[in-house]
Design a protein around this ligand. Sequence first.
Ligand code: COA
Ligand code: AMP
Length: 632
Amino acid sequence: MSYQEVYRQSLQDPVVFWQEKSQALPWFQFPSHILTQDENGSDRWFADGKMNTAYMALDHHVEQGLGEQIALIYDSPVTATKKVLSYLQLRDQVAQFAGVLRSLGVGKGDRVVIYMPMVPEAAIAMLAVARLGAVHSVVFGGFAPHELAVRIDDAQPKVIVSASCGVEVGKVIQYKPMLDLAIEQAEHKPKHCVVLQRPQAKALMLTPRDLDWHEQMAVAKPAECVPVNATDPLYILYTSGTTGKPKGVVRDNGGHAVALHYSMSAIYAMEPGQVFWAASDVGWVVGHSYIVYGPLLAGCTSILYEGKPVKTPDAGAFWRVVEEYGVTVLFAAPTAFRAIKKEDPEARLIQNYDISSLQRIYMAGERLDPPTYDWTCEKTKTPVIDHWWQTETGWAICANPMGIEPYPSKPGSATLPVPGFDVQILNSLGEQLPAGEQGAIAIKRPLPPGCLPTIWGDFARFESGYLQDYPGYYCSGDGGYKDAEGYVFVMGRTDDVINVAGHRLSTGEMEEIVAAHPDVAECSVIGVQDELKGQVPVGLVLLKDGAIISEQELQQQLMQRVREEIGAIACLKQTLIVQRLPKTRSGKILRKLLRQIADGQDYIVPSTIDDPASLTEIEQAMEARGLVRVAR
Ligand code: COA
Ligand code: AMP
């Protein structure tokens, strides 16, 4: 069937379409209600289906005789370690760790926070939580204690699973002191922490709260899979919104399993037994969906890579892994390829490896700029597929439907809407815009399976953040357009979210930290273009009267504060002291205008502006520092 036919079917009769897709999975009880609404009016998939995600991802394959097939490959250039786990071995370790958690009182619906580096135990912990019908919340290891504390308070976990350390390029990051500090800062105190002692650092354990991973595993009794309802939550994953309070995106069990299983064939054209490598981190949605759940649900082999695209040890790292494990599909953020391109512009290191197993490269997490697209296609001689998605959706909204009918790619476009996603471009009145016109990218409801049904503990925030702006639609927060052939071009966020090296961050949150500095009267943090990281944050600061601090000093202090509060990944390295910030007459900072200046876009000076000269001043200051993308 052609893509157009499949797509039309998915929108015309979503119930029939998704019922059929759900039948590919081993449910304990097949759902008879395919699409219903919950008490909040939120669309829910497969409400009366009974299942267990870890069972579908592991036990089922073992029962089908695939126990000896490799499920997970751990490759860690930073610790010079490699490890291979078959489906049977992974299932057994997951069952064992589920036994540990059960012995600590974790049961159906309880939350478990996982704050871990890229080690197989992170995936084992996630699957073990799923096995018990509990809810995991993985917190990216690069986040500082404050961020972890906020998530602990929101998710209220019974247990936290962590490790003594993570290993970055040339340095060991001690996780345990950060965990201790986070628990100290949080109001909610978990009953226990299970800590994986790694050889690179020994964590100081606090008794009786802290327990050793290996000691607990040695005495645990394996736990069976606990049946859950399809609509029961599998995980909470916090993502940056426009304020300092991250949003707990809720993922249910049933819709998630069906969507990811479908995506593995429709989008990635993967067959069971092939090797899928998402070079991301389990702390991000890409890691959840395509290091852990997607490949395992589809019976593929997944790679968990503890390293970087460069410097571990060089820009040939990706090609080495592709050759060593016969990778079929590689998925990474464009920033990773920009890093490789920077160090090895001619891609000479590819010559050292046989990458002929590689059939497709997928990119997401930020806009794939045409030069990076062209370079990767040319140097790898492999089709490169840009696809657009968000933590909220859990899988791609737009992609080249490689497993249905491949389309020619167009640089700068994430190609076509994936079946199930009715993608529309809307103007500010909520009217659909014709081809070629830029507007807000929205998805007509119902959202397909896998997408968030709510924000953890805060349905009102889900409604106000995503559903209210355009009734009947989910508002993605991204802007863009469709061309005459229906290709979707995602141009960037329309809110205060930025993407730094594929990491999603809130400028609003950074503003709260900058504004708390004693010398700062007012500020605005905006994302400016960066050749390597896509975007980096820059602070524009108005000092308090009488403040005597140099720009350099302030910059240093603010960088330190942001690192301490959010984490090193936030990279607020540049601060500009300005004399005024553009505001409306009612005193609101015109952030959109600042973003437009930084992006080198033409802008219209609003009639509500209080002080138009402030714009010229800021534009000049930014140009002087090379912060404006295109000279206008
Ligand atoms: N734990 C602790 N610290 C971390 C961390 C982690 N998991 N990840 C990053 N950091 C730290 C780094 O050590 C660095 O600290 P420093 O400023 O003290 O040196 C800081 O955060 C910034 O890291 P990063 O943004 O990764 O920059 P980099 O210069 O070290 O590396 C890239 C640049 C492009 C190689 C790297 O960002 C990369 O591989 N990006 C891909 C991201 C990705 O896969 N995203 C997933 C979406 S698909
Ligand atoms: P995250 O929730 O961290 O996955 O970030 C989602 C955001 O990243 C989206 O809202 C987009 O702004 C951006 N993004 C992800 N993939 C793409 C893509 N292929 N093209 C453009 N932007 C993207």
